[in-house]
Design a protein around this ligand. Sequence first.
Ligand SMILES: Cc1ncc(C[n+]2csc(CCOP(=O)(O)OP(=O)(O)O)c2C)c(N)n1
Length: 667
Amino acid sequence: MLNTVSADRVTHSDLANAVRALAMDAVEQAKSGHPGLPMGAADIATVLFTKFLKYDAADPTWPDRDRFVLSAGHGSMLLYALLHLTGVKGMTIEELKNFRKLGSKTPGHPENFETPGVETTTGPLGQGIATAVGMALAERMLNAEYGNDLVDHYTYVLASDGDLMEGISHEAIALAGHLKLNRLIVLFDDNGISIDGPLSLADSVDQVKRFQACGWNAVRVDGHDPKAIQRAISRAQKSDKPTLIACKTTIGFGAPKKAGTSKAHGEPLGAEELAGAKAALAWTYAPFEIPDNIRDAWAKAGKKGRRHRKAWTDRLKALPQDKRAEFERRVKGVRPKALAEAIATLKDKLIAEPQNVATRKASEIALEVITEAVPELVLGSADLTPSNNTKTKNLNAISPGSYAGRYIHYGIREHGMAAAMNGIALHGGYVPAGATFLVFTDYARPAMRIAALAGIPAVYVMTHDSIGLGEDGPTHQPVEHLAALRCMPKMRVFRPADAIETAEAWQLALERTDGPTTLALTRQNLPQVRKEGGAKNLSATGAYELSPAQGKARATIFASGSEVEIALAAQKLLAEQSFAVRVVSVPSLDLFLAQPEKVREAIIGDAPIKVAIEAAVRFGWDSVIGPDGIFVGMHGFGASAPYKDLYKHFGITAEAVVEKVLRTHNL
Ligand SMILES: Cc1ncc(C[n+]2csc(CCOP(=O)(O)OP(=O)(O)O)c2C)c(N)n1
């Protein structure tokens, strides 16, 4: 029997062909998927996993492991085959047989929350490589804090033509090149084929030159020559720059008719072609069968990092207890106790000395204390630092080759920033918070969506949150963005009304470890509306009664952020007409709507008239005020003018609220 051939006779081709065979079989069985990339890139991945990757399949989350990101997520079977063959617990042959089936650990595209050993969710092209930039940066930053004994690893990426055509790749590689992230090594599956056909239909970029222009080391190799790949990775490891290795490959390598064509990209090969491919590769085994000698050789590769892991664990144990505990807390993503205490103290201080400031400024005030209490918080901005108020006095910026710092100048790269933040968070050891204007969440949104889907605790500090930004006009004034972010599953959005709510929003954002949070903050000053401090976080239910009615309430006014001030002014004007109204502040509409019905009902109350005020579109507010409720807000794009004029122009005033409430009452 072939299965009895001894392990030392296993060749590189045997190992790579095992990956190819599993990918072909799984795609065939699922009747869908992408065989071409795993078949084409099997040689690259085999060299990486057997010769380089510091990895122990017994513990795929060991903090000092090398990271491997399959940026071209459609080639997921490549990764699943590798995780299976190296022996990751739970990645059984049954899982491969259930590729793309409900409840399997082998979904269509890799999901880090479904599959052990998957570093990040990929599939939207370009996200993986950009996320890896964040991982490579976090590695250097944590290394600067804890030294080579605890943090000393590489980040490898397998990227396809599609990854490199996407615009986000440019933001990502420019940032990585600038920061000299030399631990980042991208293996480019340079097969010249995409879905529509040869790349020449739509692209003629010289990727090697592009990467070089971005400050990378970039070389070309034959992606089916294991020795050449090995030499290139060895050299890349010694480079003082990040490295691109453009590996010339044939998509669907081995398939007699489909290899080298887009036919191999994204559909099962079909019985005849599959048989032809296996014959060409001299692979004589049954579907999903891996002979013992090849299985053993792969299992050995899966244990390659074990001695490194053990030595690392010994070094960790040898640390002073407090240093070790702090490192473990950081990499596990447990937040420090000091956070809640710092916020409670700050709120008491704000009660004693109220601050009538913009919430972006209130955020800076909160960050002055939070950054002391939460050493893992890393801030940054896409070139709007003075407007976003994210750089507190105690933070130093990192710079090329110098990574001891907690502030990142991401450049004008919102998408690259958000994706790098995903990588920083996924790497572990840090909580990233990145900033731009709220309107530019559109530029960052695909990466924010990955954060939501993959449960990544990132914080987006989004200032200039409405027409309240004034003169910059409608290109800069978000109107639909709050609704668009609120409707994203697992994204949490806060729009605090004053300095106290801002502090509470920061606390909730940082205490959250299972998903991202957007803080929508004003440019314009706001009065401090909260009169109570203390440890209780009133924003935790998303909404709360800020100002009760004097007498039985005939209307409830709900408002968020800068419009809470208007709600309170309307309440006062109506009270002067003996019309009792309560005001509910809604710092987070989505969090409020996620509360149990009883909590929601108690806060919504039973006053017959319901009003919502928000300088944005109505979308979403009907869940609180009903279709007959009064909405005072925006109905289209904004305009360029001083903000007070805009509020009058668009009818977002206390007088307009009063008029609408009384008109409805008198109907
Ligand atoms: C952002 C994004 N746009 C489009 C797609 C759909 N898509 C999947 S693979 C692919 C291109 C395939 O070409 P390439 O990246 O070269 O992969 P290969 O054909 O080598 O497998 C496209 C357009 C996607 N996954 N992500």
